[in-house]
Design a protein around this ligand. Structure first.
Ligand code: ADP
Ligand code: MG
Length: 257
C-alpha cells in the first residue's frame, strides 16, 4: 500500500515545495516509486520538476472540478522515479467552485484510492492556506510533514496548524498523524536558528527529524532549471541534506511496522 503524506504549513515560504521536490527526488533515486500531487495554484512543484504549466492538457483542477480521472493528468518529471499530478493557476478558483460539489472534502481521497498499489509514496504539496484544498490533502493523507523555517516567529501559527490537523483527524480522517517536522533554512552561524531548533523540538517532542535542512543557494537555484537539487548539484549541502532526510524518513517509517 502507498503511504500518502501531505507537506503542510499554512505559512508561505517555509520550504514546503522545496521539501516536496527534493525529498521525492531523493526517494526516487533510492528506487521508490513516487507520485507528487501538486495542490498549490502557484504550481511551483510542477515547474520545479520541469513540467511546463502552460502546456498542460489537464491539471489537478480538472480532477477537483471536472471529474477527470487522476490517471489522465499524471505526467513524468525530470526526476527519476517521480511522477506528477500537475497544478497551475486555474486551481486558484477551485475552492469557490467546489462549494457546489457534494462531499467536497473527499474529492482527492476518492480519486487517489486507485493508486494504492502503484506508488510507494504519494506526496501532496499543499497551498499556504487552511482552505478546502488543504483539507482535501489532509483528508486523503495518512500523515503530515510540517516544514518549519528557522526564523523569528517560527512557531507563530503552529498551534493553528496543529488544530487544523486535529480537526481533520476528528471529523474526516481518524488515522491522520504527524509524520515528522522538518527544520528548514537553518543557518548555523546565527543563535536565532539554534534557538528555533530548540523551541521546535520542545513543542513537537520526538517528532522532529534530526536532519536539518541548511540555507543553501543551490536549493533556490535548482527550480529555475526545472530539476531537483540532486540533479543540479549532487554534492551541494542542500542535496546532501535531502538525501539524508530521505534515509531518515524511510527509517522512521520502518519503525512504524
Ligand atoms: P513554500 O512552498 O512553503 O512556500 P518554498 O519551498 O517555495 O516554500 O520556499 C520559499 C523560497 O525559499 C523559495 O524561493 C525557495 O527556493 C527558497 N528556499 C527554500 N528552502 C531553502 C533553503 N533551504 N535554502 C535556500 N533557499 C531556500
Ligand atoms: Mg509552495
Amino acid at each position: 500500500m502507498s503511504k500518502i503524506v501531505s507537506v503542510f504549513n499554512q505559512k508561505g515560504g517555509v520550504g514546503k515545495t522545496t521539501t516536496v521536490i527534493n525529498l521525492c527526488a531523493a526517494l526516487g533515486k533510492l528506487n521508490k516509486k513516487i507520485l507528487l500531487i501538486d495542490v498549490d495554484p502557484q504550481g511551483n512543484s510542477t515547474s520545479g520538476l520541469g513540467v511546463n504549466k502552460k502546456d498542460l492538457k489537464y491539471s489537478i483542477y480538472d480532477v477537483f472540478i471536472n471529474g477527470v480521472p487522476m490517471a489522465d493528468i499524471i505526467v513524468d518529471t525530470s526526476a527519476q522515479g517521480v511522477s506528477l499530478a500537475p497544478a497551475n493557476v486555474e486551481l486558484a478558483g477551485a475552492e469557490i467552485e467546489m462549494i457546489k460539489i457534494e462531499e467536497r472534502e473527499l474529492i482527492l481521497k476518492k480519486t487517489i484510492l486507485q493508486f494504492n498499489n502503484t506508488y510507494d509514496f504519494m506526496f501532496i504539496d499543499c497551498p499556504p492556506s487552511l482552505g478546502l484544498l488543504s483539507i482535501n490533502a489532509l483528508t486523503a493523507s495518512n500523515s503530515v510533514i510540517i516544514p518549519i523555517q528557522c526564523e523569528y516567529y517560527a512557531l507563530e501559527g503552529v498551534s493553528q496548524l496543529v488544530d487544523t490537523i486535529k480537526l481533520v483527524k476528528k471529523s474526516l480522517n481518524p488515522e491522520l498523524e504527524i509524520q515528522g517536522v522538518i527544520l528548514s533554512m537553518f543557518d548555523g552561524r546565527t543563535n536565532l536558528s539554534i534557538q528555533v531548533v530548540d523551541e521546535v523540538k520542545k513543542y513537537f517532542r520526538g517528532k522532529v527529524y534530526s536532519t536539518v535542512i541548511p540555507r543553501n543557494v543551490r536549493l533556490a537555484e535548482a527550480p529555475s532549471y526545472g530539476i531537483s537539487v540532486l540533479d543540479y548539484d549532487l554534492k551541494s549541502k542542500g542535496a546532501e541534506a535531502y538525501q539524508e532526510l530521505a534515509e531518515e524518513f524511510l527509517s522512521w517509517i520502518e519503525e512504524e511496522f
